[in-house]
Design a protein around this ligand. Sequence first.
Ligand code: GLN
Length: 464
Amino acid sequence: MMENLTLKKIRSLLDERKISALELLDFYLKNIKEKNEELNVFLEVFEKDALEQAKLADQILEKGESAPLLGIPIAIKDNILIKGKTASAASKILQNYKAVYNATVVDKLTKQGAVFVGRTNMDEFAMGGSTENSAFGVTKNPHDTTRVSGGSSGGSAAAVAAEMVPASLGTDTGGSVRQPSSFCGVVGLKPTYGRVSRYGIIALGSSLDQVGPIAKTVEDVEILYDVIKGKDTNDQTTIDNKELDDTVKIIGVPKGILDSGVSEEVKNNFNKTITSLSDEGFNVVEVDLPHLKFALNAYYIIMPAEASANLARFDGMRYSVRAGNGEYKEIMSETRKLFGEEVKRRILIGTFVLSSGYVDAYYYKAVALRNKIKEEFNSAFENVDVILTPTAPETAFKIGEKSDPVTMYAADLFTVPANIAGSPALSVPSGISDSGLPFGVQIIAPHYGERKLFSLGKNIEKFR
Ligand code: GLN
């Protein structure tokens, strides 16, 4: 009876007292115990606390009270702070760091009476697209354990796919909620930049980062989104609850989107989705976004630039692990050696593109490109309600398959433009390949157009 439950279904089962929050938690904890050793989804399970929280939820439910997430088990990516718990961002440098305050999203979930099941694996500091950059081992794809779960929120996506929790939170700087959701066959949202507070999130690229929900259905993602969104005085980039309506009639497909780097099966699946949407009466048209193909270039300059500044604080003076002893310089350099290879690479790239003599040639050019891409999105949205692309150029790849960074970066082709433009984007499962791997399509909406994503997303998930 507990298999394949959606948040919506769980809500009614709990409210009608057909199951208790404790029974529900028990079901998921059992799955975690069975599967975590192999999949490496959770870095830590908060069993004792979760049991307490579930008990408390049952007491409240007993009184006939309810809230959308009351008693519902949730997993949290390891870069989101929960007071008193380790938040390591899957890095050796933070492996002993205990959060001293709650992220705003965690506060919001706590107020609802959600049950925090544990913290999930990720690429170190959210840098990557496969969780292979975690200092604590890769998270395997529940559909095929020889393959990656995607990244960087691979743990959060695999947790939902493997029924270890009904929903989770990830973060998305260049696709880290959407791409693993696509690889694992679940739904993932990157909200409009500024819709969800970044307070208490270990920052990667501050002008790109957003927290996003992952769940089995679009409706469930919407439920979570409604809980975590909103203005927060602790994050000055958050905005008031302004919203576009959910109308979607015209769908834009970027010209030449399938032209290069996209696998045959992804192309076929994407075309099939378009045909189904046309059959349903949607008007699918081509849109011209001539600079879209450079989004990846802009991203891989802006993101490392911001990351290099954000990661300067991990110096052995203030947080967690301190390596070496003696002079502060030695402590700093010894401590910073604990960063993994990809993190070091991005810090080096970031400091390079910001350094005097190069900042004009790289960073400012990337910013100009970003503005151009934003403009192109804005004019496209004058003619279409949403834009549709595949979520990723291929299905989940093999563990170890992409050994050079540039091949790995290419996997972010379709997801980074939404971060560059600040637009909301949703990945929705769109079928299963011959080899049993999930496909996903991505819907991008204008700023504050989340409802459009949900309404079209609900149509697409019906095709499955
Ligand atoms: N794969 C992208 C990167 O490595 C996205 C990361 C993210 O969204 N956190 O930068």
